[in-house]
Ligand binder design. Sequence first.
Ligand code: ADP
Ligand code: MG
Ligand code: MG
Length: 869
Amino acid sequence: MEKLLYHFSEGNASMRDILGGKGANLAEMTRIGLPIPNGFTISTKACLAFLDGDRTLSQELKQQIDQYLEEMEMKTGKQFSNPNSLLLVSVRSGAAISMPGMMDTILNLGLNDQNVEYLADLTSNPRFAYDCYRRLLQMFGNVVYGIDGRAFEDILDDIKSSKAYSSDLDLTVDDLKEVVRRYKEVYQANQLTFPQEPIQQLYDAVKAVFASWDNDRAIVYRNLNHIPHTMGTAVNIQEMVFGNLGETSGTGVTFSRNPNTGENELFGEFLLNAQGEDVVAGIRTPKPISSLNDLMPKIYYQFNAISEKLERHYGDMQDIEFTVENGKLFILQTRNGKRTAKSALNIAYEMAMEGIVDKGQALMQINPSAINQLLHPMFDPNQVANFPVITDSGLAASPGAAVGHIYFDAATAKEHNLMGERVILMRQETSPEDIEGMVSSAAIVTSRGGLTSHAAVVARGMGTCCVVGCEDIRIKEAEKVVEYPGGVLHEGDLISVDGSTGTLYLGEVPTIPSEADERFEKIMTWAREIADMKVRMNAETPSDIETGLRFKAAGIGLVRTEHMFFGSDRLPHMRRFILAENDQERQAALDNLINFQKEDFSTIFQQMEGLPVVVRLLDPPLHEFVPSSQEDIAQVAKQLEMDPAKLNRRVLELHEVNPMLGHRGVRLAISYPMLYQMQVQAIIEAALELKAQGINVEPEIMIPLVGMKEELKESKAFLEKRIQAIFDEKGDTVDYQIGTMVELPRACLTADQLAEDAEFISFGTNDLTQMTYGFSRDDAGKFIQSYIKDRVLAFDPFQTIDQEGVGELVKIASQKARASRPGITMGVCGELGGDPKSIEFFHNIGLDYVSCSPFRLPVAQLAAAQATI
Ligand code: ADP
Ligand code: MG
Ligand code: MG
């Protein structure tokens, strides 16, 4: 016979899958000798068999229940319907993953018209007995028969108000008998009867809990939280203990530490003369747990000791339910407590310092996403409800809470910011030309694009609050209005943007500051010490680099050189290069650009002194640098002293149908070797000059978008030739590496060939995801969201690595690369480099580092540590 039941004394905390969270912890607490009322757990296996079968309790299960009940009767000396020693039980649902409010609990099971009299005699407290009975009728009717709880509540309210009682404690025995009578009428009105036989009550209750796994609410909840539907729930049958026996009894729910601040003090509530669910139900206002110290000092002392013991045992802050029956304490539940970000950090730090947990365990307590909350200001949660929502359809692209006046183009935003105004840039989408307006803005909002769109990536890089893809608003840039479901916004209107939730509010929502402090620094130091993988930053501007160094980046994993050509002093030269008609003109333009580039690299290398820096050579399609509207073409022609007709012709020539798959990355270099040669010359000369000043740099030069080994071989050859020429000319050398970005499926599958030439590899997961799915990352926002809604996709693969597809390619590539060049350094520089789940995957396949936006460093460092632990 398959074992379907477990006494609490047979299980332990590791058996969550079979016993559910509640059952596993009741077993564990029994095992370590805490005062737990006797009981047993019906396993999730029995639930699954029930759901798969004809939805009746099998003979086998009933037999086992009878047997366990008998054993429970022996242990407790109590029996169902025994007038001298009456057994009553609770039936408590509990799945492996807690699903709050989904499935219910029945208390006082075993009472009936006869047993209620026995209970009254046994306790000499008929009021108590009838209070228990009416509760049972209420819960049983609701949970087992699905009778609306209101039907019962109304009766109770009716009697209370007809007698002008203020509290349920005022109800007399006769009142409660009346309640019981009328509750039975509710059953009758629904053509139902309350089963008088205790064992029948128990079977019915178990069935109801099993069936509740499949109710609509539960299914919706599991869908929302990505909980598999195939787990089933366990059911716990537990001897009742009574908190409603009078003034020496009571019940409480208490955290072992303060879940809001993390302070090491009991935090919770206690209610005298009450049964479990009264505390949560808010029937009477509970007292703070500290009041227990006055009411029952011994119990308070004992509870404190148990709370500490549980913390030590579980290595985490606990959320504990307990009941006092006639001056005797019983623990009814414990679990790891939910807490705020600030509290999480404080608790982890203090528990480590107190020696309750080691550093690794402390780090495991902290949810990486909580770290984000700590670094960015947030809207005051107590006030946010007072402000109308403009839209919550947007994607939370970069956290923060920003307030400002809206503008629809970069130049106007910048202008108003220079006048001292807080501004928010609102555009359908952004492009590199908008960069100055983006820098000036407190937040960036777009109506199109996903989490790897230009706006999202750049904002995250700058640590600027950003919401993208607000599908239900229309940003009319030309008319300078925004239409949203509730109205219209005009230029200059004041709005609040929550980059952590994606919600926009009308007006100025008050913010509260971020809370990073020394403890935060300590925790992050532990994380960096423990993590196997290093975390670098994607950065090229001095302020970004400074931010990243403050967060102790292990280097730069990606310098995007295309960002260096948009400054107003460089753009004309870049344009001359692109628009040139022969090599001579091209070289002339590059001769101007090289000085800017040298300065750029020199600044970066100096800031990063001693730390590795990966410089990616120019990647994007050239047409991004040239004007598109007729107006702009005319203006640029004038600036470059070019014939507008000729310029127009070149613009048309450069136009590409699919620029993302077009003339970009290494393909540019094969067409115009002199472009990458210029960049490499700038890198090497900057490094040589710094070397002369005693500053050591070892540049890692990265060639993007390589798909064939010949591309890499050829470009590497002409770069090395130029570098050798510089070494010869200067009579000095520096160490450098030439590597490649792996971001095409073909590159992954031929990574062994690429590694013959590549001295390092960095996975560009944005392009790799785009190219693997064939999802344009700038357009996918729309359908990815509906895919997720329809459950075609479980998550956005631009946000979290798709392990089966994209991840598999990365894994294959890393194995092949390692086989052909043992010890090759491999990293990740896409957006996934900052995502905790993806980081765990990259750790598991043995990559050396991930690289992410400077503001995501702490999250990534913590995730890397957690992956190691
Ligand atoms: P939930 O998961 O909704 O918290 P529980 O199964 O924990 O449901 O029970 C609801 C309430 O009833 C809790 O306050 C709990 O402490 C109390 N309770 C459950 N079983 C017993 C019991 N055997 N004796 C006394 N109170 C109980
Ligand atoms: Mg509970
Ligand atoms: Mg790329």
